[in-house]
Design a protein around this ligand. Structure first.
Ligand code: SF4
Length: 442
């Protein structure tokens, strides 16, 4: 066996891709190891979303270079993911210890690249954009890394929000066929996955023809796909990440009539100001979003809403920021992610005038995060005393405890037997700490 160490940065799409890289490399004898020191092949599966992403990758590569030298140069290093796509051969030019650079749509060709490398022929750079070809070429078998499994149904994005690199690093929107998705879902169910998370950069843009086996056929959207997946053996279904514009009636209805679909929706809004939303090219207003959430809550009243926010987008005034705070108060989030705007090379917003000063961004982020945290605590506190179904995922850090999640994705710690990992059990919630709920088996 050869050791494989994959370090994954960023979103669920990268987590999924890392698992699939492991599946692709397994026939070559590569098996996962816990640390790069034990690896014959190290892959950095990178993310380009956060600030200074490229620099962080290069400093990690500096550490790996030393490790490679210590192994006499035998260790192979590959850079994958969105930084690989964005930087291409510049990576190997700046850090010659790197053996391969492979984009998010080309990692199914890793075995080929490794073979070329050992023969010292051909190219060690592959940043092609053919998502369709990738999915067709991936192995049908899947190894589970826990009771919850990701399944990529869609990749890329055509929305071109002015701050975002995804349309450039992941390419145009591509929906996998319902037949291919159902085949992979059946494989995951047969391996014992309890929860399936349908993922995509713009997951609710998914569309396709109904599977051949379905009477009636026709064109399907994500709500139809969820109904079909729900017939398999999973206890829970989730999907992420959604765009407000693609939140169709079928999907909203699926929240009402499908108990396996968890009452949790990550629906990024980014800002509450119509001026900023327009500059971001989000294609909706703050009130469009409010009305949408109202419709979703009518369908599933207990749904936990979460979001992403960017503060200090170019041109954001105090009034614009106040509109964001008001939207947060109006919606009431269970949790949310918030960041200061930072420039992404090549995106339209990076060259916009009226960039906001760093201290102003920091003060706004602080105010927003305080408000979001107070909403999160209020939501978590509202569960105290309730009995909730918890899907146990893993052993917790504290001895004798295991960790699971409520339907609202809140982490819960319980002192009980690790044999419950992979099961859904009823838990009485007793208290909340800073980052988690705690309870006892009911
Ligand atoms: S919809 Fe999401 S992935 Fe697409 S460009 Fe906007 S932020 Fe990026």
């Amino acid at each position: 066996m050869r050791g494989l160490f994959i370090k994954t940065y960023g979103c669920q799409a990268n987590v999924y891709d890392s698992e699939r890289m492991r599946d692709v490399l397994a026939p070559l004898g590569y098996a996962p190891v816990e640390a790069p020191e034990a690896a014959d092949l190290v892959i950095l599966n990178t993310c380009h979303i956060r600030e200074k992403a490229t620099e962080k990758v290069f400093s990690e590569l500096g550490r790996l270079k030393e490790l490679k030298q210590a192994t006499g140069g035998a260790m192979r290093i590959a850079v994958a993911g969105c930084v690989a796509q964005a930087e291409g051969e510049e990576i190997m030019r700046r850090q010659p210890a790197v053996d391969m650079v492979v984009g998010p749509q080309a990692y199914h060709r890793l075995p080929e690249m490794i073979a070329r490398l050992s023969r010292q022929t051909g190219d060690a750079l592959d940043v092609d954009f053919a998502a369709e070809e990738k999915f067709d070429a991936l192995p049908t078998s899947r190894e589970l890394s826990g009771p919850s499994a990701f399944l990529a149904v869609q990749e890329g994005c055509d929305k071109f929000c002015t701050f975002c690199v995804v349309p450039y690093t992941r390419g145009a929107e591509f929906s996998r066929s319902a037949d291919a998705i159902m085949a992979e879902a059946r494989e995951l169910a047969s391996k014992g996955a309890k929860e399936i998370v349908l993922i995509g950069q713009n997951v609710n843009a998914w569309h396709g023809a109904a599977p051949a086996s379905q009477h009636g056929g026709g064109a399907w959207r994500l709500g139809d796909l969820i109904r079909c997946v729900a017939r398999l053996g999973f206890a829970r279904i989730r999907y992420t990440t959604s765009h407000p514009r693609d939140m169709g009636d079928d999907l909203i209805a699926a929240h009402a009539d499908n108990p396996k679909l968890m009452p949790y929706l990550h629906l990024p809004v980014q800002s509450g100001s119509d001026t900023v939303l327009e500059a971001m090219n989000r294609q909706h207003t703050g009130d469009d979003y409010r009305r949408l959430v109202e419709r979703i809550r009518k369908s599933r009243p207990d749904i936990a809403m979460t979001s992403d926010f960017i503060v200090g987008f170019p041109g954001e005034s105090d009034t614009d920021f106040d509109a964001t705070m008001q939207l947060v108060r109006d919606i009431g989030y269970a949790t949310a992610f918030s960041f200061k705007y930072s420039k992404r090379p090549g995106t339209p917003a990076s060259t916009m005038r009226k960039q906001v000063a760093e201290d102003v961004k920091a003060a706004r982020l602080d105010a927003l995060q305080k408000l979001l945290l107070s909403q999160q605590y209020a939501f978590d506190d509202s569960q105290i005393g309730k009995i909730m179904p918890v899907l146990f995922e893993k052993v917790a850090r504290e001895e004798g405890q295991i960790m699971g999640r409520t339907p609202y994705l809140q982490p819960v710690h319980v002192k009980t037997d690790a044999a419950l990992i992979g099961q859904v059990a009823s838990v009485k919630i007793e208290k909340r700490t800073a980052n988690s709920l705690h309870g006892v088996l009911a």
